[in-house]
Design a protein around this ligand. Structure first.
Ligand code: S3P
Length: 189
């Protein structure tokens, strides 16, 4: 895996990994790159990677869109909270969450209690560009993505800002965001 210009040496990454005693939980808007960045981060820290949306889909044997369509958002949030609670009990790992998870007060409280939340943030234009590449997000169906993304970001920002660590993930390669996370974590832990 190529991570350009590592911010920490291999031995510093190993020392950092040994200090991680809880799940690292990536939170932030859809399209910010939580899954891609999470996989790279997990690989470097030699931790397991878990994607909460994938786990919800496996548990329900339905896609996220199907869950929204058939049972509604409240039902999805309920399952999301239970799945994240289970992942938080699984020991050190990198966990990518769906964009709305950390906005739910109970789910947020669980993450604060048992994990280390890392808010990945980008500007609206970058998010809109990235979400445009996939048509699987129920909250974007039937509306203007720019309008929806701007509104959700504004509504959610106060919740995301409760994460103890914030890292920007803008237009550069995702490896840069991974480096920023490693650096921020080593300063925070
Ligand atoms: C959602 C984001 C999605 C998924 C669901 C709801 C949201 O995850 O959990 O469609 O409320 O922002 P991503 O952030 O991985 O797209």
């Amino acid at each position: 895996m190529t991570i350009a210009a590592r911010s920490l040496s291999d031995s510093a990454i190993r020392t950092l990994a040994a200090r991680i005693d809880r799940p690292l939980v990536l939170v932030g808007m859809m399209g910010v790159g939580k899954s891609t960045i999470g996989k790279k981060l997990a690989h470097l820290l030699e931790l397991p990677f878990r994607d909460a949306d994938d786990e919800i889909e496996q548990a329900a044997q339905l896609s996220v869109s199907e869950i929204f369509e058939r049972f509604g958002e409240a039902h999805f949030r309920d399952g999301e909270r239970r799945v994240i609670a289970r992942l938080l009990d699984g020991g050190p790992a990198v966990v990518a969450t769906g964009g709305g998870a950390f906005v739910q007060p109970e789910t947020r409280a669980l993450i604060h209690a048992k994990g280390i939340a890392i808010w990945l943030d980008s500007d609206v234009a970058t998010l809109v560009d990235r979400v445009g590449r996939k048509d699987t997000r129920p909250l974007l169906r039937g509306g203007d993505p720019k309008e929806i993304v701007s509104r959700l970001k504004a509504e959610r920002e106060a919740a995301y800002a409760e994460a103890p660590i914030k890292v920007m993930s803008d237009t550069g390669p995702h490896g840069e965001a991974v480096n920023r996370i490693l650096k921020a974590l080593s300063e925070w832990l």
